[in-house]
Design a protein around this ligand. Structure first.
Ligand code: PAF
Length: 281
């Protein structure tokens, strides 16, 4: 596996791959890799001639300086996992390499970015659009892979790709959430859970599964209330929001028939760790 640390190095490698007529799969990450990320790599490896993975904690998408400062960084272990998974290139840039000058672009991401994470974390999705558009321009991938845990992020990225003209027919591939045996969605933030919160956190998934059962007899807003009550009844868990939205537009629905694919999206504080999860109805 090649470890590339400069944007020019990455552009040169990608140009060679594409000139040879090969397909290029790309998995952008912020490191602290776990089996969830590796399921994206696996999927990319099965469908492309070459694979690149980026490991970069992008400061422009953090609206909370403490979250940025405490975000886990495990470069050595990350590179070992990527090498073992047969990745061709790991791109590990510094902040200066990614942003030689501040990125002042403001993307017109529209309603999809205004709700849920967009409302709770102002500027977050614009930062995601900044870094992912830069990465796409450097890698010029055939396909790029994103985990469905960040359900809304995928919709935002599709919108950014549209705004930027499609990146030469780039295909965005979404990959199902990978879970621990007890149902907790895998996340780089899980390592920050205290033992008590690690025990409590699978209740989020249980409440989401229960929400799907309740949907047969309740309106979306009744399901929302019941689910928030259920999660908050677990000591240490505090729901920030639970919304039931249309899977394509991410806009909240009031009745089940308003959406072909309703999705319940939740954010919960487990102690001071912010966890997200979702479920399709
Ligand atoms: O989902 C993530 O890890 C990040 O938001 C991404 C897509 C790598 C951009 O920094």
């Amino acid at each position: 596996m090649k470890v590339i640390r400069t944007a020019q190095g990455l552009r040169d490698w990608s140009a060679e791959v594409l000139a040879a007529g090969l397909s290029l799969g790309f998995v952008p990450t912020m490191g602290a890799l776990h089996a969830g990320h590796m399921s994206l790599v696996e999927k990319a490896r099965g469908a492309n001639d070459r694979i690149a993975v980026s490991v970069f904690v992008n400061p422009t998408q953090f609206n909370n300086p403490t979250d940025l400062a405490t975000y886990p960084r495990t470069e050595e272990a990350d590179l070992a996992m990527l090498e073992a998974a047969g990745v061709d290139v790991a791109f590990v840039p510094t902040v200066d390499e990614m942003y030689p000058e501040p990125d002042t672009r403001v993307f017109d991401l529209g309603p999809v970015a205004e709700v849920m994470e967009g409302a709770m974390r102002p500027g977050h999705f614009n930062g995601v659009a900044q870094v992912v558009s830069r990465l796409f321009a450097m890698v010029r991938p055939t396909r790029a892979y994103f985990g469905e845990k960040d359900f809304q992020q995928i919709a935002v990225i599709r919108r950014m790709v549209e705004l930027e003209g499609g990146f030469d027919g780039l295909e965005i591939v979404d990959v199902p959430i990978k879970r621990e045996a007890d149902g907790l969605a895998m996340s780089s933030r899980n390592v920050r859970l205290t033992p008590e919160m690690r025990q409590a956190a699978p209740s989020i998934r249980k409440a989401l599964l229960h929400a799907v059962e309740l949907a047969g007899a309740m309106t979306p807003s009744e399901v929302i209330d019941a689910t928030i009550t259920e999660i908050n009844s677990v000591p240490g868990l505090e729901t920030e929001y639970f919304q039931i939205v249309d899977g394509a537009t991410c806009q909240p629905i009031k009745a089940w028939h308003e959406s072909e694919q309703p999705v319940g999206c939740v954010t919960v504080y487990a102690g001071d760790v912010r966890l997200i999860d979702n479920i399709k109805f």
